[in-house]
Design a protein around this ligand. Structure first.
Ligand SMILES: Cc1cc2nc3c(=O)[nH]c(=O)nc-3n(C[C@H](O)[C@H](O)[C@H](O)COP(=O)(O)OP(=O)(O)OC[C@H]3O[C@@H](n4cnc5c(N)ncnc54)[C@H](O)[C@@H]3O)c2cc1C
Length: 427
């Protein structure tokens, strides 16, 4: 028999939330001090603010300024219990889940496990590419970037490959990483690596579409392209990555690039858990949910955020995989569960899109709020304020703000430390 998770006896119904990301944390906050026993489970003991991962990867921010201990968020909450564990399986017949530390039963289950990298079956990219979905991956990338700059100085035979950086995927993450690399080359390299010729550094952004930031308006996309060009990033549109063996990047145009670093930001998929019937899972590994976030075929098992796909009139292919969707779904789900009325009088979810933005570098960002579009320094300022205010914890906000002010005036990216050298995967 499996070990049962140790939890206090409670007469209140138990809600188990899997995932301490944007959706899971918001839901638990909404249920704080209510008549439910809330058990929040995550494989990490911290919440990660993913939108700023690229700044950790490029030496602009310390990792702990964009992560926050989950236990600290719920200090003093009498009904919330956090457990650090990997959830392995869901038993929908007995309403239990199996985790790396034991089994637990539930009255309600909310899956908020987010998304993971999608390499579209390309084993060579999975082995040799550098993804950017977690704090560990951001730190690996930071180490590899710095290691390659060191190697470029010491090994002339590897110099070209070490100074070519290929970013795949022209969505917000790819654009932001490419822009940050452009700034690193422009402002930091000449001071730290005086022996390296800046002109030898090449940053490529590969995009299979005919435009970058294809979810934004053509004007925003064009402006972002201009900003990237200004930073020296070579954007290759209408081009697909064919293969990467860790040394050579082969593109659909037939071009080959020697590169020791390939950053993969071209695909994500839902992070599902075994046990939910296959007919409730859509292509892209997302659980099909109704407008109450109930997974198809269940009334007490829900999915929210990136791992859920919900169709509404304005979003026939589901919502974008962004933090506001997870936050809004969590808030409404809490209200629905807390309401004592029957499920058919629950409020249906409707996404309120407050806009989108991407930053390319200092004073360079594009933003869209409804029909209003703005670019440049003002968009950059708005981007900074929005991200600063969204971070969890006053300390984190202060640390990030100080770092940004420092970076702005010094043109520096101060955190250029190789703590644990990155070792390339062997298999
Ligand atoms: C590099 C990057 C940049 C981004 N930039 C933006 C942006 O600028 N704006 C924006 O709105 N969105 C952005 N996003 C997307 C945004 O981060 C996601 O949409 C959001 O995190 C989704 O929230 P979630 O709650 O669904 O999942 P997440 O926040 O991903 O949380 C999922 C949690 O589940 C845990 N988990 C997963 N599986 C298990 C398991 N089996 N057992 C235990 N725990 C598990 C994970 O550890 C994680 O803590 C970005 C994403 C990335 C990767």
């Amino acid at each position: 028999m499996r070990t049962q998770l140790e939890l206090p006896e409670s007469s209140n119904p138990r809600i188990v939330i899997i995932g301490g990301g944007f959706g899971g944390i918001q839901l638990a906050k909404e249920l704080k001090d209510k008549d439910f026993q809330v058990v929040l489970i995550d494989r990490n003991n911290f919440h990660t603010f993913q939108p700023l991962l690229y700044q950790v990867a490029t030496g602009g921010l310390e990792p702990d300024s964009i992560a926050f201990p989950i236990r600290k968020i719920f200090q003093g909450a009498s009904n919330i219990y956090f457990r650090m564990a990997e959830v392995l399986n869901i038993d929908t017949t007995n309403n239990t889940i199996d985790t790396s530390i034991g089994e637990i039963n539930f009255r309600y289950l909310v899956i908020a496990t987010g998304s993971t990298n999608n390499f579209f079956g390309m084993a060579d990219i999975e082995k040799n590419g550098m993804p950017l979905k977690s704090l560990k991956e951001a730190l690996d990338l930071r180490s590899l970037l710095l290691q390659n700059l060191e190697k470029a100085l010491n090994d002339p035979s590897q110099r070209e490959a070490c100074l070519n950086f290929v970013v795949v995927g022209g969505g917000p993450t790819g654009v932001e990483v490419a822009g940050a690399l452009g700034e690193l080359t422009k402002h930091v390299l000449p001071n730290d690596y005086q022996e390296l010729n800046q002109n030898e550094v090449n940053i490529y952004l590969i995009e299979s579409n005919k435009m970058i930031l294809s979810s934004m308006a053509p004007q925003s996309s064009a402006k972002a392209l201009k900003f990237l060009n200004k930073l020296g990033v070579k954007v290759l549109l209408d081009t697909r990555l064919i293969s990467y063996d860790g040394e050579k990047v082969l593109l659909s145009s037939g071009t080959t690039i020697l590169a020791s670093t390939l950053i993969w930001s071209a695909g994500v998929q839902g992070q599902i858990i075994n046990g939910i019937p296959i007919n409730a899972i859509q292509k892209g590994n997302r659980f099909i949910v109704n407008r109450f976030n109930q997974i198809e075929g269940f009334t007490n098992i829900f999915a929210i955020g990136d791992v859920a796909i919900m169709k509404e009139e304005k979003y026939p292919n589901g919502h974008p995989m962004v933090a506001p969707v997870a936050l809004q779904q969590a808030t409404l789900l809490a209200r629905n569960i807390l309401s004592v009325t029957l499920s058919n009088s629950w409020k249906q979810f409707s996404y309120r899109d407050k806009g989108s933005m991407a930053t390319i570098g200092r004073n360079k960002a594009v933003a869209e709020v409804g029909l209003i579009r703005f670019q440049g320094a003002f968009a950059w300022l708005v981007w900074m304020i929005v991200h600063l205010m969204s971070l969890v914890g006053f300390r984190n906000r202060l640390v990030v703000l100080i770092n940004w002010i420092w970076n702005y005036f010094s043109y520096d990216r101060a955190i250029r430390i190789i703590v644990r050298p990155f070792v390339k995967r062997q298999s």
